[in-house]
Design a protein around this ligand. Structure first.
Ligand code: BMA
Length: 321
């Protein structure tokens, strides 16, 4: 088991989550072709970590790239994008790929991403080694984004969160859950969570979408998510947390009224799309009570925020909508 990145809470901080002092950890120009590297996913791999990174090139074509790290902070990202082979179906079109998530389930690493197939929908692939990648059937019809798998089967089936959307900068968005016996056919779609009422928690009143892979805790599934408010200056993305029932994850037990992390640092407020904190991955260590969240900042760079798992859970219970 690799040691996850960590930094103690600054003494003057009263927040439940805090930023890594050396943020951002990945610069927009970290590979020769890139315009921006953000909204990316990491997992423990061998004696370190591997990741799937969203790198938009200087033509602003969106694609996903594999990367490797010993410490989870310093990353070597491949200069060429991931090439997929046919997985559980004939090779299907992928006009673009963005916002990946990665999770180990049973015997392999599964990857989901927003896949361009006559509009955005959820692409699924897998790898054993982050060298060879296999692309499977899309999970859903267009339009959909933010497909996030659970790390284990629930009641005997694979489970995935997603957010049905439109073909543009969707002005709405609820989190749904769907189940599959085989990672190919998805159904039993159930609503998990809607945006909140404006007067109760305006930072999440326009749309919500799942972020990192949910973490199983004694209280249920800890689901970090992004919430969006539509302002005079456009969308503003912040991160909150919810706890979903362990066996029936369409049941939301708690959900933060305040956000856990909102755009406040310059690299979160200024970039290709300002005021975006967009979490796509988290490393955790239950025994050490540590959580490290990887998030895209301002659609330009990758940053990390830390928290004590127990404090994040307690905060979610104590400050629930
Ligand atoms: C969403 C997606 C994300 C992006 C966010 C903010 O619709 O496109 O990739 O981070 O908007 O621009």
């Amino acid at each position: 088991m690799s040691t996850i990145p960590w930094q103690d809470k600054p003494e003057n901080s009263t927040d439940v989550m805090w930023r890594y002092s050396e943020n951002p950890i990945i610069d927009r120009y970290a590979i020769p072709s890139s315009n921006s590297i953000f909204n990316s996913a990491v997992v423990p791999f061998e004696d370190g970590f591997a990741g799937v990174f969203r790198c938009d090139n200087k033509a602003v074509q969106m694609n996903i790239f594999a990367g490797f790290s010993k410490n989870g902070i310093d990353w070597d990202i491949n200069h060429e994008p991931i090439v997929m082979q046919a997985g559980n179906t004939d090779m299907i079109e992928s006009a673009y790929k963005y916002d990946p998530r990665v999770v180990w389930i049973e015997d392999r690493y599964w990857i989901t991403w927003c896949n361009g197939y006559n509009g955005p929908t959820i692409g699924i692939g897998y790898t054993f080694d982050f060298k060879e990648f296999f692309q499977c059937e899309n999970a859903f019809l267009p339009f959909n984004r933010n497909g996030v798998l659970f790390p284990q089967k629930i009641n005997g089936k694979y489970a995935m969160l997603s957010r049905p959307s439109d073909n543009g900068h969707t002005p709405f968005g609820d989190i749904w859950i769907s189940y599959s016996p085989d990672m190919k056919f998805w159904g039993e779609h159930r609503l998990v969570m809607k945006p909140s009422a404006f007067e109760q928690s305006a930072w999440q009143c326009t749309k919500v979408g799942a972020g990192p892979i949910p973490i199983l805790t004694e209280d249920g599934w800890l689901m970090l998510y992004h919430g969006v408010i539509n302002t005079c200056n456009g969308f503003r993305y912040a991160m909150g947390a919810a706890i979903l029932d362990t066996d029936a994850p369409d049941q939301v037990k708690y959900r933060t009224q305040p956000y856990l992390l909102g755009p406040a640092e310059i690299y979160e407020q200024v970039g290709d799309v300002g005021n975006v904190v967009f979490p796509c991955a988290a490393l955790h260590d239950i025994e050490e009570d540590k959580l490290a969240v990887y998030y895209g900042a301002a659609d330009t760079v990758v940053a990390i925020a830390f928290g004590k798992l127990s404090e994040v859970i307690q905060f979610t219970k104590d400050n629930s909508l």
